[in-house]
Design a protein around this ligand. Structure first.
Ligand code: AHG
Ligand code: MN
Ligand code: MN
Length: 327
């Protein structure tokens, strides 16, 4: 039997192979949950790609508890992720932007070890115009006795075991961390696998790009307006896609700062702490950046409500410092 041909350059390092090859014990323990999320993401990617061919666009005609028009794909994505996680024997509880309350699958005494919190489809209002959208996930230990399993999501972001996103963009990219650096995979539609393309992704220390919806500038606090005056005078570029996953992905790869600040109308900000702020903050910090909520570090906030909001200032550490110095 001749050894495999070393000249074959084909990248066939799949997510599963990479997770199983890591010495980090957590990779082995979490591999089932992460692979279940990756499976759901492949199915969501397929549905996003067929939007307008299949009748999956537009609103379902109902509002979610945030009073936001629920898009059909929000609900489809939520169902797919829950379906894939139900198959896992170690998932205790599933919490989602699209579910008013956490879904308890099994308590700790029945093997329920992990709590998975997701934004099933982030930026979903953009899917009708074929702009990038994504799925954001956060994995925590189920730290609760059986009778209060539904409380497991209410832990500070520093307790996350893993966090990541899947970006349904010009390619389907999965980026996640298990606390020892950030790895990036791209879905190869031919083999149907996420293939490892980068290990130990690092964000640049500084980059003159800011990403904020300036339409709301009149509702920004004085400090945020002062920061924008500074940026306008210091030769900054501006990029804003309007899908957090796309804006954060660009910030991770190119540097800069992504901001969704508190406003007079939304003093707590718009983005949700548990399934937008915390997972993205863990990723950015693991890549060497910073993630602030104005008053301090996003990951240090102890949540009291499942869907509570947080201001978000995250990206290159020097850029976050420029914002917090003014704000
Ligand atoms: P979601 O679709 O999960 O509700 O998230 C939308 C969020 C986030 O993706 C993005 O950063 C932000 O909404 C954009 O808000 P504006 O349209 O107010 O800028
Ligand atoms: Mn979102
Ligand atoms: Mn969403």
């Amino acid at each position: 039997m001749t050894p495999s041909d070393p000249t074959i350059r084909e990248n066939l390092t799949t997510l599963q192979i990479h997770l199983r090859s890591q010495k980090n014990g957590r990779a082995g323990e979490l591999s089932g949950v992460i692979e279940a999320i990756a499976l759901a993401a492949k199915s969501i990617a397929h549905k996003v790609r067929r939007a307008r061919i299949d009748d999956v666009l537009g609103a379902v005609g109902a509002q979610n508890l945030h009073g936001e028009e629920q898009q059909k794909l929000d609900v489809i994505a939520d169902d797919l992720i829950l379906h894939c996680l139900r198959e896992r024997h170690d998932v205790a509880v599933f919490a989602s932007e699209e579910q008013d309350e956490p879904v308890v699958l099994r308590p700790r005494s029945d093997g329920g070890r992990y709590c998975v919190v997701v934004d099933p489809l982030d930026g979903s209002s953009n899917v009708d115009v074929a702009v990038s959208v994504g799925t954001i996930f956060s994995i925590l230990e189920n730290d609760q006795p059986d009778e209060t399993t539904d409380q497991a999501p209410l832990q500070p972001g520093t307790r996350q075991l893993a966090a990541g996103y899947v970006l349904y963009g010009s390619s389907v990219v999965m980026v996640f961390t298990m606390g020892e650096g950030v790895d990036m995979y791209v879905l190869d539609p031919v083999v149907g696998e996420f293939l490892l393309v980068q290990e130990g992704l690092r964000i640049s220390e500084e980059k003159k790009i800011y990403s904020v919806n300036e339409a709301y500038v009149n509702d920004f606090e004085d400090g945020m307006r002062a920061y924008l005056d500074y940026a306008h005078g210091a030769g900054y570029g501006s990029r804003y896609i309007g899908s957090m996953v796309a804006d954060v992905h660009r910030t991770l790869l190119k540097g800069g700062v992504f901001i969704y600040p508190a406003t007079t109308k939304a003093p707590g900000g718009k983005l949700r702490l548990l399934y937008e702020g915390n997972p993205m903050a863990m990723l950015v910090e693991q890549a060497g950046g910073a993630a602030a909520c104005g008053a301090g570090r996003i990951l240090d906030v102890t949540p009291t409500k499942l869907h509570q909001r947080t201001p978000v200032i995250m990206g290159s550490s020097a850029e976050v410092a420029h914002v917090t110095r003014h704000a």
